[in-house]
Ligand binder design. Structure first.
Ligand SMILES: C[S@@+](CC[C@H](N)C(=O)[O-])C[C@H]1O[C@@H](n2cnc3c(N)ncnc32)[C@H](O)[C@@H]1O
Length: 307
């Protein structure tokens, strides 16, 4: 009988944790050791009910110390369940997307993480009060807070990529990013698909195209040079019925150490992204050209080779 899979425990998600997240964390740890630095890797995540990422990185591989993990979890049941599994876990009942509305003085946590894992279950483009979803606004705010510590970091980002016909504003924002790419980069594949079929068909491909440009732009606004180093999609088989299509990314966010004479002194970084607009364009283009990994397909191929 096949092993019972819990929520967020699909083989596909386990593949991402082990093959993508774990090596990135290992590289961070190695770099810190090489620099002969006494620091350790600080990790921010949403733990979910069974905290599989924490189990892998902290408990099994001992890459991160227990005290260096901060987790926010909006769901009470998930918090209780994770706490039962790991009683030492520092879990805050905070909703990440509230970050963009809270002032700096109101946040207890200093954002000086080496790895930030935003493992969302929602879609990135939704109806919102303004142009952008609260999750995206939260990510923009995250860069602003992280830059106070001047720390470079890796951002793991996961979203649901199923099409939602009711998310008119979200779908419109997504369409506008694709048109913007066509205009600035002459990038035609997505544009033609969009013009003939709309964003409904192969919705995940539009998100894989648009999201990196947005994240790279947010980073530049806060004096981070951001490169997208991995992007994939997968259909997780962890539930008997519902199988959403998910997208997942890894971004390397390097603090550019801007001269303070160019920066907005209030925020020690300012909108220096404008100073690098050619660089910004190059990084967005590189992210557009980065090959997309189909995790389900890759796993099937590996199985065939083993046989
Ligand atoms: C995919 S699970 C996390 C799985 C975990 N990272 C792992 O590897 O096992 C996502 C969890 O994040 C929580 N979550 C989603 N959006 C959130 C937000 N905006 N703020 C706080 N928690 C959130 C959900 O309640 C859910 O339990």
């Amino acid at each position: 009988m096949p092993k019972r899979r819990y929520k967020f425990d699909s083989k596909e998600k386990a593949w991402i944790r082990e093959k993508i997240w774990l090596p990135v964390v290992k590289r961070e740890v190695d770099e810190i050791h090489k620099a002969n630095n006494k620091d350790s890797v600080r990790y921010f995540t949403f733990c979910g009910p069974l905290a599989f990422d924490i189990e892998l990185l902290v408990v099994d591989h001992k890459m991160i110390k227990e005290n260096d993990v901060v987790t926010w979890e909006k769901d009470e049941k998930a918090r209780k369940s994770a706490k039962r599994k790991f009683p030492w876990l520092n879990i805050e009942p905070i909703q990440f997307d509230s970050l963009w509305t809270t002032t700096l003085a109101n946040t207890k946590h200093r954002f000086d993480f080496d790895i930030i894992n935003l493992d969302f279950t929602c879609r990135p483009f939704r109806n919102a009060s303004g142009e952008m979803s609260h999750e995206l606004l939260g990510i923009r705010e995250l860069f602003r807070r992280q830059r106070i510590s001047s720390k470079s970091f890796h951002l793991f980002l996961t979203f649901n990529a199923n099409y939602d016909p009711l998310a008119h504003d979200g779908n419109l924002s997504l369409t506008r990013v694709i048109y913007d790419h066509a205009r600035r980069f002459g990038f035609h594949e997505g544009y033609f698909r969009l013009a003939t079929k709309g964003v409904e068909d192969n919705h995940h491909l539009y998100i894989l195209e648009a999201l990196p440009s947005i994240i790279i732009r947010f980073g530049y606004e806060s004096a981070y040079s951001v490169s997208c180093i991995f992007k994939c999609f997968y259909v997780p088989h962890d539930r008997p019925t519902r199988h959403p299509c998910m997208v997942s990314f890894v971004f390397k966010c390097e603090w550019t150490n801007p001269p303070l004479s160019l920066a907005d002194s209030q925020r020690w970084g300012g909108e220096v992204g404008w100073q690098h607009s050619e660089q910004l364009k190059r990084d967005q283009l590189t992210a557009l050209k980065l090959p997309i990994v189909n995790v389900n397909f890759t796993m099937r191929q590996k199985k065939k080779i083993k046989k």
